[in-house]
Design a protein around this ligand. Structure first.
Ligand code: MN
Length: 426
């Protein structure tokens, strides 16, 4: 595998602040707009957003099989049609173009001014048009915590959990990019088990700290993708907040799983960090016991060491970090998730999004939802302004961040943040 863009020694002529999520070893992909451009594919180095269409027009991306229209879509889907090899070649070419000693663009001021723009003068859009969205439930700590709270501490995991990566089909229409506010949903709940259900705004609005992967076109319907093949079908990852209304969820979820408690909003970070860029940060996964069926077996390190954190910022207030977790804790890895998803012949398509499920660690400070952090509200969290939270209040902004570090290189995902607006009452 030749991923020259990952060379930890590589430097760029673009200024990169210390602890930036976007050194030259990242080269993520996104879609931006500004006061002149409606939507275009871009990458980012340091605090600069780089317009890929301008680079193409100026001839810097020739010979890679792309057309100008690949870079002008409202999403990355047209670009992603070029598959793993096409995106790898594009990322390697960008890495070379911005390498410190390469004068081609560095010394061409008109081209540079057209393509390289300060991030603060751009706005990031939803990077992919999501056809289908699936949410897994792959953290054993999260599943154990939820099972303990809602069912039985002695049988917290249901009998299937260690044999297959449990998931449900979610809704793609309400996946929003970071920065879009989220309206507190109304719905049906049953706060008193001895009384009929009631209707109103959720009182238990929660976040779920997740990471999602985005796929290229998969195989035709009827054919499965193996754990061995899965990497070739995964473009990259982003951070994912699976907003959840716990009181609505509790009342509605039996027997078919989450519905209105989850489908009102999910918020994603704007940059797709490629699986190629994440390769140096591969980590061993937890031991799986009992041994899984042959189609779920895998070889090599398929987990990824991504430090994750969640903060809450009250309206006009400072942030308080409420969770620090890591993606490497996941019991089921992406290769197993994709293999399981397709083992029945289900076809995945370019732009499908598959979220991990809440990523909790072993200790309470690493739990990935307020449900777990406050143990159903029994242990409220105190924010830096002195106020307490059991769940998320109107006006609160929830912020998630993630990054990987190794060999002096740090690559990150940028932020996913969204503010909660009060419910609309009819
Ligand atoms: Mn979830």
């Amino acid at each position: 595998m030749n991923i020259s863009a990952n060379d930890p020694a590589k430097k760029t002529w673009v200024s990169v602040p210390e602890n930036s999520d976007f050194p030259i070893q990242n080269i993520p992909f996104g879609v931006y707009r500004d006061n002149q451009i409606a939507h275009r594919a871009c990458t980012r180095i340091g605090d600069q957003v780089i317009d890929l269409c301008e680079l193409f027009k100026a001839g810097y991306l020739e010979g890679l099989g792309f057309e100008q229209s690949d870079f002008t879509g409202a999403s990355l889907n047209t670009l992603m049609k070029h598959g793993k090899k096409g995106m790898r070649n594009l990322r390697n070419a960008l890495s070379e173009l911005f390498e410190e000693s390469n004068p081609e663009l560095r010394d061409n001021e008109p081209h540079r001014k057209a393509a390289v723009k300060p991030a603060e003068k751009t706005e990031m859009l939803l990077p992919v048009e999501v056809g289908d969205y699936t949410d897994f439930y792959s953290s054993i700590e999260h599943a154990t915590n939820v099972g303990t709270m809602f069912r039985d501490p002695d049988n917290a995991l249901l009998p299937n959990w260690r044999h297959l990566p449990v998931a449900y089909h979610g809704r793609s229409s309400s996946i929003f990019v970071s920065g879009v506010p989220v309206r507190r949903p109304c719905g049906q709940t049953r706060p008193d088990d001895s009384a009929p259900p009631v209707f109103g705004p959720t009182r238990l609005l929660d976040f779920e700290l997740e990471a999602a992967f985005v796929t290229f076109d998969g195989k035709p319907a009827g054919e499965a993708i193996s754990t061995e093949e899965a990497d070739e079908y995964i473009f990259g990852m982003l951070l994912f907040n699976d907003w959840s209304a716990r009181d609505i969820q509790k009342w509605e979820y039996v027997p078919l799983g989450p519905f209105l408690a989850k489908n009102f909003a999910s918020t994603v970070s704007p940059w797709i960090v490629t699986l190629d860029a994440l390769e140096p940060f591969r980590a061993e996964g937890p031991e799986q016991e009992p041994e899984v069926l042959p189609y779920l077996r895998y070889s090599g390190n398929k987990n990824i060491d991504i430090d994750l954190e969640v903060a809450i910022a009250p309206e006009n207030g400072a942030e308080t970090t409420v969770c620090r977790s890591n993606y490497k804790y996941m019991y089921w890895n992406m290769n197993q998730q994709l293999a399981h998803h397709t083992v029945n012949g289900c076809n995945v398509r370019c732009g499908d999004m598959m979220a991990s499920g809440t990523i909790s660690g072993k200790t309470p400070d690493s739990y990935g939802s307020m449900l777990e952090i406050t143990w159903r509200g029994s242990k409220p969290v105190t924010l830096s302004d002195g106020t307490e939270r059991k769940f998320i209040n109107d006006g609160d902004e929830v912020i998630m961040r993630g990054n990987c570090k190794k060999d002096g290189v740090r690559i990150g995902f940028g932020e996913v943040r969204a503010k909660v607006l009060p419910a609309l009452l009819n």
